[in-house]
Design a protein around this ligand. Structure first.
Ligand SMILES: [Zn+2]
Length: 266
């Protein structure tokens, strides 16, 4: 029996225009609030998934290290991912797998931390860290649009420790836990499909669908490197036909982190 729990690692601010791309503010402001400077509050909702054999963490938040250079994002209410895992009754060394939707700092920063002597340490030292192969290639040689979204200190120690596992085809991590590849926001994102009951499935789409408002096909963030592929990715997600009651966990939605979908039509 697979169980799951959302772990709220914190919040930050992003420009509303950037979040909703070509969608006019008079439309998106009805679905997502913003402040007087047009900033939207975004969450970083990770997911802990476990059964008798495996403890799996989906994304790790921005973490606690080197946030000075990212002060523009005004991170707030940050919670340590290791403490959040402990709060569910697991030690960080018991985490067997970390599945990273992609490697932008707000999703994988928590994979490493700095100890009191400023040495980089791996937060989940026994976990296999799963990453899309083309995402890893983008991480190693980023394009111009993404070069500030990837940080060497987040994932290189994981790779050097031999804990990185690359995914280049859709597959089942274990019975009831599927991983599928999507492009659009960035190359080689991993979306997790978790069967949580006979007729229930939980989807963790990462930045393929960052908030509930982004369920609509054309509501595409200006951060996405390939908007047409984002649209195709959402269509693919919408038409998979899992045949089950779907629950979406939105990584960035500060207001609707969990959403039970009743229709296949977004
Ligand atoms: Zn993100």
């Amino acid at each position: 029996m697979i169980q799951y729990r959302i772990l709220e690692t914190g919040f930050f601010l992003a420009d509303g225009g950037a979040m909703f791309g070509a969608i006019p503010k008079r439309a998106w402001s009805r679905k997502y609030p913003s402040d007087e400077q047009n900033c939207c509050l975004l969450a970083m909702n990770c997911l802990l998934v476990w059964n008798e054999d495996r403890v799996v963490l989906l994304d790790t938040g921005v973490g606690s290290k080197d946030l000075g250079k990212l002060s523009y994002y005004q991170f707030s209410r940050l919670n340590d991912i290791a403490d959040l895992v402990r709060s569910q009754g697991f030690e960080p060394a018991q985490v067997t797998d970390v599945v990273l939707s992609h490697l932008h700092f707000d999703h994988c920063g928590g994979c490493t931390y700095r100890d009191s002597l400023d040495r980089l340490k791996i937060t989940f030292p026994k976990a296999m860290h799963w990453v899309g192969k083309s995402q890893w290639e983008s991480y190693l040689s980023p394009n111009e649009l993404e070069k500030y979204s990837f940080r060497a200190q987040d994932m290189l120690p994981v790779a050097e420790a031999g804990l990185l596992r690359l995914v280049d085809v859709d597959f089942e991590l274990f019975e009831g836990f599927g991983l599928k590849l999507f492009d659009g926001h960035t190359q080689g994102q991993l979306v997790s499909f978790i069967e949580t009951g006979e007729d229930k499935i939980c989807l963790f789409p990462g930045d393929v669908i960052p908030t509930k408002a982004h369920l609509s096909g054309e509501w595409i963030s200006a951060y996405d490197i390939a908007p047409l592929e984002s649209l195709a990715a959402k269509t693919k997600l919408a038409t998979f036909g899992t045949g089950k009651k779907e629950t979406f966990v939105f990584y960035h939605d500060a207001y609707t982190s969990i959403f039970h979908s009743t229709t296949k039509k977004f």
